[in-house]
Design a protein around this ligand. Structure first.
Ligand code: CO8
Length: 258
């Protein structure tokens, strides 16, 4: 599938830029957006020429949440039998690196999708929130868990219980975002970071991502063992030989992805 109606996909060198494109609904996430993102992320993962992906929205909104108009009339049986939005797990199983570039609102499901990324870069205009409680519901795409991991119980609980938004400066202070960038330089800076990642040895990038993610899934002693085994495993790659030879020979590495 490449004929998308709710997202734009563009390859810029080795970086895939995916832009949420429902401006009339502030990029609210509906089932079509999810279907198209699953397809675009799978295509990125399978494309040997692409080594980093950036997911972004508009200047005003990364995404203002799951589409309230789509969910409004649904009952428990509808949601449960369809496993509504269970497909986001296909997006989070992307093996290669991806960044969420957040300008403006990242609310509800929008905040949750941003937190699915390997890290978030925020414009100084970014606003993060989990306002679902005001609609009589709750986060449903991982927000209660990922926000708590990112900013701790006090702030996560306060945000979920009051719906308060966090601005970019607070988000950086709290560890929710990797970096805040002035609005005028935002996408240029995001692309520079994505290009830096895309220029790294690709297998080492996947391994680094996998071991950092393990810190959220398994106990410390097992995580350290997992890290060491992956580290050992990278010594079976051509890129390890090339990387270390290039360092000793004072030249840039030429990566094979093997
Ligand atoms: N869903 C559907 N439409 C939306 C959404 C949304 N989440 N957000 C905005 N829109 C639409 C508005 O209805 C409006 O459409 P129209 O012009 O047809 O009336 C258009 O976008 C522009 O919005 P506003 O006029 O409201 O713009 P403002 O600049 O005045 O306000 C806000 C911007 C503050 C972002 C405001 O739009 C807002 O509060 N939006 C809703 C935020 C929200 O509550 N998000 C949480 C949604 S629930 C959720 O995300 C649950 C996730 C878990 C689901 C998991 C299922 C398993």
């Amino acid at each position: 599938m490449t004929d998308y109606s709710t997202i734009l996909v563009e390859k810029r060198g080795a970086v895939t830029l995916v832009t949420l494109n429902r401006p009339q609904a502030l990029n609210a996430l509906n089932s079509e957006v999810l279907r198209e993102l699953i397809d675009a992320f799978a295509a990125y993962d399978a494309d040997d020429s692409q080594h980093c992906l950036v997911l972004t929205g508009s200047e005003k909104a990364f995404a203002a949440g799951a589409d309230i108009k789509e969910m409004q009339g649904q009952g428990f049986a509808d949601m449960y039998s369809a496993n509504f939005f269970g497909g986001w797990e296909q997006v989070t199983s992307t093996r290669k690196p991806w960044i969420a570039a957040v300008s403006g609102y990242a609310l509800g499901g929008g905040c949750e999708v941003a937190m699915m990324a390997d890290f978030i870069i925020a414009s100084e205009t970014a606003k993060f929130g989990q306002p679902e409680i005001k609609l009589g519901v709750s986060p449903g795409m991982g927000g209660s868990q990922r926000l708590t991991w990112a900013v701790g119980k006090a702030k996560a609980m306060e945000m979920c219980l009051t719906g308060r938004m966090m601005d970019a400066a607070e988000a950086e202070r709290s560890g929710l975002v990797a970096r805040v960038v002035p609005a005028g330089e935002f996408m240029a800076e995001v692309m520079k970071t994505a290009e830096t990642i895309a220029a790294m040895p690709p297998l080492a990038a996947i391994a680094n991502k996998e071991m950092v993610n393990a810190a959220f899934e398994i106990p410390l002693n097992q995580g350290i063992r997992f890290e060491r085994r992956l580290f050992h495993g990278l010594f079976g790659t051509e890129d390890q030989k090339e990387g270390m030879n290039a360092f000793v020979e004072k030249r840039p590495g030429n990566w094979k992805g093997r």
